[in-house]
Structures are given as C-alpha cells and as structure tokens.
Design a protein around this ligand. Structure first.
Ligand SMILES: Nc1ncnc2c1ncn2[C@@H]1O[C@H](COP(=O)(O)OP(=O)(O)O)[C@@H](O)[C@H]1O
Ligand SMILES: [Mg+2]
Length: 425
C-alpha cells in the first residue's frame, strides 16, 4: 500500500512539473516571437544585413550551440615584408609618464596619423599608453599569489564573480566560472595578449579554493555560502579603480565605411581620439583571434532588436581617466568562442574587415606567428612557465589550437589585403 501511494505521489509530482514546463515554454516562444517582430536596421556599408534566422535566437540560446566547424584557410599567402622585432617590455605603467600625458592632451598634430600605407604613425605609437607593463604585471602576480584575501563581496558583475580584498587593501575580481571553459578562456586569452604585446588586460593569476589554503581561510564562510566547490580553480584579475564605459567610435559603427587609411576624418581627430582608435585596432585583432563574441560582435548581433545599441557602452570594455582602454571579462575567448564559432563567424569577419589600419608592432608579431606556425607551442610555453596551476586547469585542445593558428593565418592574409589596397595611396 505504501509503495502504491509513493508511486501515486511521484506521478502527481511529474504531472505538476510537466505543466510548469509547458507554461514556461509557451511563454518563451511568445518572447521569441516578439523579438522577431523587430526590424533589422539596414544600410551599413561594411556590415552586411543581418540574417533573419539568427534573429529567432536569444543571446543565451546561442551559447548552447554544438561544436563549430573548423574553418579552412583559402589561397596562398604572399610574404608580408615585415622585419622581425624583439618584443621587449617598455617599463612604465598606465599613465605613469607625465610628458606623454601632456602631449596626448594637447592639440599638437605631429603629422599624418598613418604611415607606410596601413600602419599607425610612429609619433602616435610613441604617445600610446603602455597599459599594464610586463614588469608591473609580474610584480602584481607575485603579490597576488601570496596575499591573503580578507573579504569577498559583490562588485565585479554577476554573482559568480566576486570582488576580493587582499590584506593590504588592494582588490581583485575573482571569476569562478560556470564551467572550466570560462576560466580557461579568461586565462589563455590573457597569455595570448601577452604574446601579441597587447597590454590592455589587467594582470591575472589562477588560484585554487583549497580547504587548507591560507589565502582563502578568512573568507571560507563566504565561499561556502556561494556554494563554490572545494578545489575549484578560479582566476583573479587586478581590480582597477575609476574606470568608465566606452562607446564604439564612429568609424567602427555599422553606418561607417570602416577604419582605413583613406578615411578623411582621421585627419581631423585629436591626438586623444587617435590614441583611442589605435587601441581599438588592437582590440579588434585580439577579439578576432580569440573569437570573443562578448564585446563588439555581440553589439552588432544585438542591432537586430536594438537599433541604438552602438550608442551605448561596449560590453566588457572600460577606460581609465588617462584614456587607456582596459579589456575585461575575456572568458568567452578561445575556448567558448571557438566552440560557438559557427554562430558568430560572419560577425567576426565583418568586424575584422572593417579595419585596415594596424599597429606595426602587432602586425609584425602576427606575421611572425603566421610564418613560424608555432602559436600553440609559444602560448603553451608562456602559460606553463608563468602559471603554476596551468596543469590543473589544462590547455587548448589540439583542435582549438589549430583554430587559433588558422585565425592567425587569416588575420595575416587580411593585413596583406589591406597593404595591397592602401599602400599605393
Ligand atoms: N578588473 C576590473 N577592475 C574594475 N572593475 C571591474 C573589473 N572587472 C570587472 N569590473 C566591474 O564589474 C563589471 C562587470 O564585470 P564583468 O567581468 O564583465 O562581469 P560579468 O561576467 O558579469 O559580465 C564591469 O562593468 C566593471 O564595472
Ligand atoms: Mg561582462
């Protein structure tokens, strides 16, 4: 008798669950239908019109698509005649150089912003904020590995990120990640940026939430209440004060013809505006290589139902009062970004094709990674040598390492295309 009534109650519970699920699905369908009614903004000159089939999907739904097809390189590449350069660190930190700051703010124009066809001019490069230098990052990382965390609270976005305060009062954003892909993406993009000489990412370390770890001992109760599992590997990035949002500059919006050397308005920009554009060109290269859809690309996607999205701050991009762009929240890069590539690739291509001006140094490093075809080896070595928990967290699969090399080759080909198109000007 007891078994019969248990079965009856189980059946009743299943029916109730099924009804709730049915009502929920119907509601979601209505929301989707509503979204489909929004018209696609038209007419961009380098952004193609957006596909109707994608408009039926929400941003969240896109995160759950099956593994992407591996893209293939088409055509032979000509050699890009860029001499090798050694990547030494320039040892000053954000806004630390007063002479540069004064020159940046002044109205002085030191000549054309573009040289050698497709590269930002040397005078601009010399005024460029250097971001988090190698030396600064190394010091921060050493400290962050040993300092105790005395407080964990909200302040770094969603609940799975926490604002940590170290015993010395400095702060970091801890990312727990919904799964290991995200922490891996955040970490490996950080090291890829380092390989490319891009210094706009705050320094990062990994840490393990070990029960016996002294570093986390003071916030153990908070960790338990967040239900973070023991031994999880989390990332910590330096928390930077006084950051503000950044709106996508006009030449990179859908109604523009793109950011290229022949763009007349480049001649009328102030030095500060040009310096921001220089950093944007690195950002676009970086997000293309890592297939990070959670910045400019997601804005482009959102245009389908939000025609004013470009007038708002760009996702996951902040700026210091001195004009240094800070690329935060890179967890969609490399691992997750490669997994969902088939959904986003056309947007990545669109954004990349909108840019034909580059930092010479970044282009040279891309050319070197293309020529040597050793991006996997170099990224792995740098990661392994810099991060004691690299084995614990793991590295890119062979397939994803191949996707990265393919993207480097495609980017190289794009730079060559721009050189061919604009060098005669
Ligand atoms: N390194 C940082 N320094 C300062 N503020 C940060 C930093 N990282 C994140 N934040 C703050 O937290 C917000 C959300 O961060 P983000 O990492 O994008 O979280 P989410 O994963 O929720 O998208 C940012 O807009 C910013 O205000
Ligand atoms: Mg974010």
């Amino acid at each position: 008798m007891r078994a019969v009534s248990a079965n009856f109650f189980a059946l009743l519970f299943l029916c109730a669950f099924a009804s709730v699920f049915y009502v929920w699905s119907a509601l979601e369908n209505r929301v989707e239908r509503h979204k489909r009614m929004f018209s696609v903004p038209g007419g961009g000159s380098f952004y193609p019109s957006l596909p109707v089939d994608l408009s039926a999907k929400t941003f969240r739904a896109l995160l759950a698509v099956p593994p992407a097809q591996r893209p293939h390189l088409g055509g032979r590449l000509e050699a890009l005649n860029l001499t090798d350069i050694s990547v030494g660190s320039r040892n000053y930190h954000m806004n630390g150089d007063n002479k540069r700051s004064t020159q940046r703010e002044g109205p002085v124009k030191l000549g054309s912003p573009v040289e050698d066809g497709i590269f930002w001019s040397k005078w601009l490069e010399e005024l460029l904020p250097v971001g988090f230098t190698e030396e600064y990052a190394r010091t921060w990382r050493e400290r962050a590995r040993t300092h105790r965390i005395v407080k964990l609270e909200s302040g770094c976005g969603r609940i799975s990120n926490q604002l940590a305060t170290f015993a010395d009062g400095t702060k970091a954003c801890v990312r727990y990640g919904i799964n290991a892909d995200q922490v891996q993406g955040e970490t490996l993009t950080y090291y890829l940026a380092s390989l490319l000489g891009i210094t706009n990412l705050p320094p990062l370390i990994l840490s393990q939430l070990n029960t016996y770890s002294e570093q986390w001992a003071a916030v153990r109760t908070r960790i338990d209440s967040l239900q973070w599992s023991d031994r999880a590997v989390v990332s910590l990035t330096e928390w930077v004060s006084n950051l503000t949002g950044v709106v996508t500059p006009a030449p990179l919006r859908q109604e523009s013809s793109g950011l290229h050397p022949a763009l007349e308005e480049l001649r009328n920009k102030t030095t500060v505006e040009l310096l921001e554009l220089v950093q944007w060109t690195d950002l676009i290269i970086f997000d293309y290589l890592t297939a990070n859809f959670d910045r400019l690309v997601s804005n482009l996607f959102s245009l389908q139902w939000d025609s004013r999205v470009m007038e708002r701050d760009t996702n996951n991009l902040l700026k210091t009062p001195g004009g240094d762009l800070v690329f935060i929240d890179n967890e969609a890069g490399l691992v997750h970004g490669f997994r969902v590539l088939n959904m986003w690739e056309k947007y990545h291509n669109t954004v990349l094709s909108s840019v034909c001006v580059f930092r010479k140094r970044t282009a040279q490093l891309v050319a070197e990674l293309h020529r040597r075809r050793d991006s996997r080896k170099r990224l792995l070595e740098l990661y392994r040598d810099s991060e004691p928990l690299s084995l614990e967290l793991g590295f890119l699969s062979d397939e994803h390492a191949g996707v990265l090399q393919d993207r480097i080759d495609r980017l190289y080909k794009h730079i060559l295309y721009c050189k061919g198109k604009y060098s005669q000007l």
